[in-house]
Design a protein. Structure first.
Length: 394
């Protein structure tokens, strides 16, 4: 076996400091794990729907066994905006938690990181999404996902919607100290939430592998995550109680998160940001719409990676050209999206062809960081053609 090109020609770094506890019924270890931290005041961060579930009640009960004062912030909606961020800041600056637990999906875990940072950093909350530095590291963050897909349980990333524009922070102060991933907690997630979150894990893994900053460690995590998502996502969607499928999907989310926090994400995420909030589309559903088309677009620039991705998806590309392999990947993605009842074209979202040029401008103006990570650098005309394909379908 020959050494890969990347190992011969490019140095890389990999850092993933979050301690991971993974497995069925691993949540039972929470009280003992919390006792390893020195705190008297704990905060649970979640959303209004999750906070009414039996899974949240279980976490709350177990957290209370650690013997500390417990408070709750349960206002985190999907795609949270600046008013919710401001409410969180006011709450934590008054409460001053000494440990923060994020319980739920990606937004709840993202805001648990922000709760930690905002409790010790006093600037205007949205300023941190516009370049203001996080000067102090806040109290420890514990993430407990009740839905598999975002990877937020292990990333130092938080996202907020600011006047219709999705903005993100990447800062090492936001790394969770601990994540407890108990796949059983996701078994009651409804099919819609399962599909959007689960497809997000697959998209993260695909984009991490395509990223210009991918490396042998992230590729190993990504390829495994791709295989797990392709094997178990549809099963989890069709039968929420399929515990084996929930375990596989939870592992896919975790490994994809570890991969992309090191590599960044590329063109599909940037494209998705240009219509997701406008169409009130769940995050994973918006990204998955772009992935098949970008896989074909990128294939000539990354022929070896394209074949690795195809193999991870269970596709035999023997004798196929890179473009043909890209089409095979797109076809498998469309099959999965069809099972999950996810949109496959921009026309499905009600987007008019006349809107495409302004969406390209939005991508180039507000989300160019994703273009920079893409292995094939598109011109404006190429992007417009890509959006046209996404509108019409293959």
């Amino acid at each position: 076996m020959s050494i890969g090109f990347d190992l011969l020609n490019r140095a890389f770094t990999f850092y993933s400091p979050t301690r991971i506890i993974f497995g069925i019924d691993s949540i039972s270890r929470l009280p003992d794990e919390l006792k390893k931290f020195d705190f008297k005041k704990a905060l649970l961060v979640s959303g209004p729907k999750v906070s009414k579930t039996k899974e949240y009640s279980l976490v709350k009960q177990l957290a209370s066994q650690a013997g500390a004062d417990l408070s709750e912030f349960t206002m985190v909606e999907a795609e949270p905006d600046i008013p919710i961020l401001n409410s969180l800041a006011g709450f934590v600056r008054k409460w001053q938690p000494e440990i923060v637990l994020g319980v739920g999906g990606g937004s709840s875990m993202d805001f648990s990181k922000l709760a930690s940072a905002l409790s010790v950093n006093e600037k205007e909350p949205s300023s941190y999404f516009r370049g203001e530095k996080i000067a102090k590291k806040g109290p420890p963050i514990i993430t407990i996902p009740t839905l598999a897909g975002t990877g937020s349980e292990v990333t130092p990333i938080s996202v907020v919607v600011d006047n219709g524009v999705k903005r993100a922070i990447f800062n090492t102060a936001l790394y969770p100290s601990l994540t407890v991933v108990d796949p059983r907690l996701s078994c009651s997630a409804d099919p819609g939430a399962t599909s959007s979150a689960g497809i997000d894990a697959l998209c993260h893994a695909l984009e991490s592998m395509m990223s210009v900053d991918s490396n042998p460690i992230s590729d190993s995590l990504s390829s495994t995550a791709i295989g797990l998502a392709c094997a178990y996502l549809e099963r989890a969607y069709c039968n929420g109680g399929d515990l084996e499928a929930r375990v596989g999907l939870s592992a896919a989310s975790l490994m994809a998160g570890m991969a992309f926090q090191a590599t960044g994400l590329c063109l599909p995420h940037g494209i998705a940001y240009t219509y997701a909030t406008k169409c009130s589309l769940p995050h994973g559903s918006s990204v998955s719409l772009a992935v098949p088309y970008v896989a074909i677009f990128n294939a000539p620039a990354i022929p070896r990676k394209t074949r690795i991705i195809a193999s991870a998806m269970g596709i035999d590309t023997s004798g196929a050209s890179p473009i043909e392999a890209g089409f095979e990947i797109a076809s498998r993605m469309f099959d999965i999206m069809d099972t999950l009842s996810l949109p496959q074209t921009l026309d499905d979202l009600g987007i008019n062809e006349s809107e495409l040029e302004s969406m390209v401008d939005d991508l180039l103006t507000n989300h160019y960081r994703f273009v920079e990570k893409n292995p094939r650098k598109p011109s404006r005309d190429e992007l417009l053609n890509l959006y046209m394909d996404m509108h019409e379908g293959l």
